[in-house]
Design a protein around this ligand. Structure first.
Ligand code: ADP
Length: 219
């Protein structure tokens, strides 16, 4: 799944993964978990993420190569947050050799709407899960943890992430758009309507037998 920050990739990738019984691989989640756990890799990437910049292609390709080689990804997976550069997309093509073709779904949302959504986004301090805007009780629906704004959702970092998206990630639309398994999806609708459009596209493109790519988060 491709799309700019705030397009709803994470939410939608999770729904597709659940509906199909395949893992959602969110590179943002994998990195945040490493930071939270204090691993060496987490220590190396924290400052980069806090600035809204991209972690190096070699690190990211290594993470995804390892994750997709696990048995639970054998029948398919939803990639969310990867690829984010043309170099990552090329590496993914190499990884996909001998597997079903990638289905590439680009979630399109106007920039004004993206800024509004990111300003409202909250995550759980304990388990990191996304909450859809501040809830009345201010607690995570999954574990009851406190909700907080993500470190990289403040205005300055958000602008940087949009700039980087335009420069590094948007070219992926050109990289993929001539493929018969590429579709643009209108992301400026209710989450249910976006989910319905995505499901219909996956059904049409993959005959229900898919590896779907979501441009942003993995676990
Ligand atoms: P969002 O969904 O808001 O676009 P993510 O949660 O996917 O953001 O990613 C958060 C941060 O993690 C990014 O700003 C970047 O620093 C890093 N990151 C995640 N995936 C990648 C990737 N494929 N390549 C480089 N950096 C990445």
């Amino acid at each position: 799944m491709l799309g700019p920050p705030g397009a709803g990739k994470g939410t939608q990738a999770e729904r597709v993964a659940r509906a199909r019984g395949i893992p959602r691989v969110s590179t943002g989640d994998i990195l945040r978990e490493a930071v939270h756990d204090g691993t060496v890799m987490g220590g190396n990437v924290k400052a980069i993420m806090d600035r809204g910049e991209l972690v190096g292609d070699d690190v990211m390709i290594g993470i995804v190569t390892e994750r997709l080689s696990r048995p639970d990804a054998e029948l398919g997976f939803v990639l969310d947050g990867f690829p984010r550069t043309v170099a990552q997309a090329s590496a993914l093509d190499t990884l996909m050799a001998g597997r079903d073709p990638l289905i590439v779904l680009d979630i399109v949302v106007p920039e004004s709407e993206l800024a509004r959504r990111l300003g409202m986004r909250m995550i759980c301090e304990d388990c990191g899960v996304n909450a859809d805007g501040p809830t009345p009780v201010g607690r995570c629906i999954r574990c009851g943890g406190r909700l907080m704004q993500r470190a990289d959702d403040n205005t300055l970092v958000m602008l940087e992430r949009f700039k980087i998206y335009q420069r590094a990630t948007k070219p992926l639309v050109d990289f993929y758009h001539a493929r018969p398994t590429f579709r643009s999806i209108n992301g400026a609708q209710t989450a249910d309507s976006v989910a319905a459009d995505l499901a219909a596209a996956i059904e049409a493109l993959g005959n229900g037998k898919v590896n779907a790519v979501s441009g942003g988060n993995a676990r």
